[in-house]
Design a protein around this ligand. Sequence first.
Ligand code: MOS
Length: 737
Amino acid sequence: MTDDIIGAGLPQEIIGAALPQEIIGAALPRVEGPLKVTGHARYTADHHYPDMLVAVPVCATVAVGSVRHVDCNAARGMPGVHAILTRESIGNIARLPEKSRLKIDEKVPPLQDDEVRYYGQFVALVLADTFEQARDGARAVRVDYAAAAPDVRMAMTPDGEPEVATERGDPEAAYDGAAVQVDETWCTPIETHNPMELHATVARWEGDRLTVHETTQAVVNHRGVLAAMLQVPEERVRVVTTHLGGGFGGKLWPWTHSLLAAQAARVAGRPVKLVVTRQMMFRNVGHRTNTQQRIRLAAGADGRLVSLRHDFIHHDSRAGVSEESCGEATGYLYATPNLRVTAATCRRDLGVNTAMRGPGVVPGMFALESAMNELADRLAMDPLALRLVNDTARDESKDVPFSSRHLRECLELGAERFGWARRDPAIGAMRDGDTILGWGMASATWPGTRTKAQVSLSLHDDGTVRVRSATQDIGTGTYTVLAQMAAHETGVDIARVSVEIGDTDLPPGPTSGGSMATASLVPAVAMAARHAIRQLLDVAGRLEEGGEPRFAGGRVTPGGLAFGEVLRRAGVERVEGQGISKGSAADPRAKEVSIRSFGAHFVEVAWQPAMARLAVRRVVSVIDGGKIVNARTARNQIEGAVQMGVGMALFEETHYDARYGSPVNGNLADYLVVTHADAPAVDVTFLDYPDQALNEYGARGVGEIGLVGVAPAITAAVYHATGKRIRSLPVKIEDLL
Ligand code: MOS
């Protein structure tokens, strides 16, 4: 069993056991699951070459200043140390042009100047025979800095005039004249992505050709960035990522370790492996920026919103900026004639922020949905009823209808499954013995987008189907849904379908981000299958079986021969079809509607005042994510996202030392994430309405939406249990005492 062609030869009992009538929507287990649980799946850091060197970076111990001198003398003579690369010896790594189609968040290339812009920035690189030797060598490198005091304050004021992101009507006048108002500020902290798999690069040059095994959610972009910044023609760079142990957005765009490893391999003339440590994960590969968001909203006595203003600000870095678009959902989620959203940034001496699951919308909806919950309380109105009153069939920010919006049904069905009607709204009124129960809820939303994609699909004379695309599986189920799509389009048993992804040698596929991969692949797979089948029928026509050949269920009629047999008789090894689809941004039909996913979360917290223990006990989530392609992998996405939401509400926060600008809890002992003991039971329901505006199946993708709205539902439940309004995440026990 090879691990780069997933699905080939997997036994029937693994894939085919529960083979349903309808393969699209089936709750199939992951086709690559057996490889992973048996340890056969090779992740990036599992790649070795016999003459490979291991690289360990030297990290800046100041956050602001410059490198005056790097003393390599002690390190140079140490056992196994091959080279110490500094600004003088690393060679040229170019800056990406400002207007590039390529994406990188940390715009400043590594080791190209002496400036230190954030704590932990790579200032040298030690190459040695083993990891331990390289690590010891890195510790022995002495760096002399000219340092200044860092500014890593979390409170923010805008650096320039805030930019208006979207507006309509006259929100000031409407606010001033309204019956009920809310004006509060919500804060979310810096969160650090902590996928199980560390970022890693294994780079190898063969002559002037570079192959990089990389932990990336976007092999195609990664190749482009490496080519541009290392100044190699793109066709001589290959990027491979066969399996990923999670990403959460932190692995979307290239980071400096990848450029350094690839350039070091070029300089050393040997393959180089660089694995980012868990501590470096908190400094060098992005984080979710902290946000400060003022929301002013006003409603009539009936609960109808008359004014909504959302002013947000977040950090940026001297090494680059990634926009955290907190107002993304504010303009369209609810009906209101008067609205303004503004965005601002505030520079701090921190590493570069980047997308983290549900970027923008997740912190933005924490503020917006918290404000809605506070408004409901001020109106003495059920928060569920408040959402229903403000539901809308039109996206008022674009003045177009939603292609498929079922928020109302999410809310009503979620309420029913949760038992919301039994809620006593009085603070602390609901009890289970000595435990006080708190109930809270919030809406969820996320854009439905399709990006350009290419897929090849081939039919082989051994009766197998192969589908190939340079997309990735970050653990979400891309291998499996691609196999399902190919089985559906060809009518061939999924056990005979194999999937090849995660390699730039394949047709360029979509980024695994923004919940876009599945939706993007659908049209391309469909087209590739039709193209392949047309060629098969041409081959069949030459066999003179009589009549116009047709293809169904993997067989060609007349004659009823399996397609593999047709190909064998014709002496054709395989036919290969190509599918190319454009993104929804280039689709005029998609412009006439607003394509969004929706959802609702209902949460129960348990508060034990005697021992000051707070836990989330159960969550009911109803998701309107279009047609669900795989009911199991999709449910897993929501279950995992909800747990991440519990972490966001109660645990996750990266703290920085004001003196050094360094993360102080940069490890998994001190940076708290949800453990099994913290994990609530999650009840997930998909509405499963196909959204035909996006693709043939009506699939929108479900990676991020499960996280949106969880935190505000939890803080509402905390308020219901304790009477404490927590507007700064995470909720700390001391806030509740
Ligand atoms: Mo997601 S933050 O687009 O990987």
